[in-house]
Design a protein around this ligand. Structure first.
Ligand code: GTP
Ligand code: MG
Length: 149
């Protein structure tokens, strides 16, 4: 089954947006398989954002992401990687349509409230970076048959 990694960023926690964000993934029909509150270290973030290490905003980004707790989650379901990105919106909230998480909850790229893996490969890498295997909970989803064929 396909899984993606989602992180609710420190600005969203400060602004009490966690419940609203989790609610969207739940109502969509995805299955939560892991969730924890994390104070991310610079080591963890430097691995997470390895691909962005040469960007001018990199230091600012690591500071932002370590400025408070984040909620790390793994969601499972049909096409969840692509669909979660669609629900999240564009990197820059100004380009995000209303109805998306960034389109509804924020206005600036440097405070864009949520992260979602950009591919199945990134999702695998990020899930194993943020979670131990025994933190991923396998549970029987009794609603699954009502959500897809
Ligand atoms: P994530 O889901 O968080 O990975 O966002 P993304 O995939 O839409 O964007 P990307 O991976 O390219 O960038 C990761 C994060 O870096 C973004 O979500 C922003 O928080 C931050 N970021 C990207 N571009 C900029 C920028 O131009 N300025 C600033 N300040 N931050 C940026
Ligand atoms: Mg990204």
């Amino acid at each position: 089954a396909e899984r993606t990694f989602v992180a609710v960023k420190p600005d969203a926690l400060q602004r009490r947006l966690l419940g609203d964000i989790v609610r969207r993934f739940e109502r969509k029909g995805f299955r939560l398989v892991a969730m924890k509150l994390v104070q991310a270290s610079e080591d963890l973030l430097s691995e997470h954002y390895f691909a962005l290490r040469d960007r001018p905003f990199y230091n600012h980004l690591v500071k932002y992401m370590s400025s408070g707790p984040v909620v790390a989650m793994v969601w499972q379901g049909l096409d969840v990687v692509k669909t979660a990105r669609a629900m999240i919106g564009e990197t820059n909230p100004a380009d995000s349509r209303p109805g998306t998480i960034r389109g509804d909850f924020c206005i600036e790229v440097g405070k864009n409230v949520i992260h979602g893996s950009d591919s199945i490969e990134s999702a695998r890498r990020e899930i194993s970076l943020w979670f131990r295997e025994d933190e991923l909970i396998c549970w029987e989803d009794h609603a699954e048959h009502w959500i897809h064929e």
